[in-house]
Write a protein that binds this ligand. Structure first.
Ligand code: ADP
Ligand code: MG
Length: 159
């Protein structure tokens, strides 16, 4: 594990959401959070926490983009879920590059399906099931100095 990576185990959805809120509190326009993990791992729960941390709440289908929902707030959080994406070609139709170039904060589930489109600086989060129904391990891998700093602050203050 790279020294900048941080792993945190949560033991309930509420804990994962709270962790997301802390992450969201640090984010600003243009930031990108990539989420990876099996179905039911907790990506959507984390995304909801992140949006809440940003101060964005109203959750609506994007009027512009398919496979995207938006949390409206001081900064819009674009919640992209690529679960249903089966051909990379569809990424063009989706308008993901437009969203990534835009002024919002972008949170992407199944981000491995769009790894080529991600900006070089982003926060990658992998969520894994661990023993017990409600335990999850969240591995934060920061790409870029700002995210390294962000993740360092997560360490040692496990929620
Ligand atoms: P994904 O988006 O990764 O498919 P969801 O966030 O939609 O997963 O669902 C996660 C499910 O797991 C929810 O039903 C949630 O209540 C449950 N869960 C149990 N423990 C946790 C935990 N520690 N963190 C997040 N979700 C958890
Ligand atoms: Mg999901």
């Amino acid at each position: 594990m790279s020294p900048t990576q941080v792993r945190i185990v949560t033991s309930s959805p509420a804990e994962t959401e709270a962790l997301g809120r802390r992450v969201g509190g640090w984010l600003r326009a243009g930031d990108v959070v990539a989420l990876s993990g099996d179905l039911g791992a907790g990506k959507t729960v984390l995304a909801r926490g992140i949006a809440a941390g940003v101060g964005a709440f109203g959750y609506v289908a994007s009027p512009t983009f398919t496979l995207v929902r938006e949390y409206r707030g001081p900064t819009t959080v674009y919640h992209v879920d690529l679960y249903r994406l089966d051909r990379p070609q569809q990424l063009d139709d989706l308008g993901l590059d437009e969203i990534l170039d835009g002024a919002g904060i972008v949170v992407i589930e199944w981000a491995e399906k769009a790894s080529l489109l991600l900006p070089s600086e982003h926060l990658w989060v992998t969520i894994r099931f661990v023993d017990g129904d409600e335990a999850r391990e969240l591995q934060f891998t920061p790409k870029g100095a700002r995210y390294v700093e962000m993740v360092a602050q997560l360490e040692g203050r496990e929620s």
